[in-house]
Design a protein around this ligand. Structure first.
Ligand code: PEP
Length: 226
């Protein structure tokens, strides 16, 4: 079944040459829809069918030095944009700001990939997880049409740690988010690699993957996208 696989390159690689080289090594043909999200400076120059941004300004135009507008992304033909990644939430990004970013993206018909997660310990129980996710999603999606939003469920402890959630846990949470919030689809992210990707993709309610570290390794990433 066709799913969505999103590569979050974060602040990598360091040069345009490396970024172009990395994109060239990623297979263009996949049974899934594959989106590369390079650093914003490289976005207009990297060649790949589907490109996404890693963040956007809540404002569309005006005196906001250094910001990237949803209008800029739209004029580059960008189709997707990650919003509310845990690394940005750690830098102080709050749900109200995330909500404004979602509004700006939807105004320009860019599909947001809204990241939600929870806590720092693996031991948190299921009830606590859905409590935290529920309050993040309620605030983030206020006055937003949920059917236009893709959610990426990323437990904070699983990101970049080499300790993924279990596919069964990802499935349960994807089912919870889809049923309770009516979003377009739910991706899983957190230490996905070429060995475990299929076990997540085969879950019925998991609509795809958000991949960080492994998306910088072309051989691994090509195995993930099939
Ligand atoms: C991420 O940063 O969104 C992510 C999922 O990273 P990693 O795959 O490296 O855990």
């Amino acid at each position: 079944m066709n799913k969505l696989i999103v590569a979050n390159w974060k602040l990598n690689p360091l040069t345009l040459k490396e970024a172009e080289g990395l994109a060239e090594k990623i297979n263009q043909v996949s049974p899934h829809e594959v989106v590369l999200c390079p650093p914003i400076a490289f976005l207009p120059l990297v060649k790949y069918l589907h490109l996404g941004a890693q963040d956007v300004s809540p404002q569309v135009k005006g005196a906001y030095t250094g910001q990237i507008s949803a209008s800029h992304l739209s004029s580059l033909g960008v189709k997707y944009c990650i919003v509310g990644h845990s690394e940005r939430r750690t830098m102080g990004e709050r749900d109200e700001l995330i909500n404004q970013k979602l509004q700006a993206l939807l105004h320009f018909k860019i599909t947001p990939i809204l990241c939600v997660g929870y806590g720092t310990a693996v031991s948190q129980d299921e009830l606590e997880v859905t409590d935290v996710l529920g309050s993040q999603l309620t605030a983030d999606l206020e006055d937003i049409d949920p059917k236009k939003v893709i959610v990426a469920y990323e437990p904070v402890w699983a990101i970049g740690s080499g300790r993924p959630a279990t596919p069964e846990h990802a499935e349960q949470i994807a089912l919870y988010i889809t049923t309770k919030f009516g979003v377009k689809s739910v991706l899983y992210g957190g230490s996905v690699n070429s060995t475990n990707s299929e076990s997540f993709l085969s879950q019925h309610h998991v609509g795809g993957l958000l991949v960080g570290g492994a998306s910088l390794l072309p051989d691994d990433f090509n195995k993930i996208i099939g």
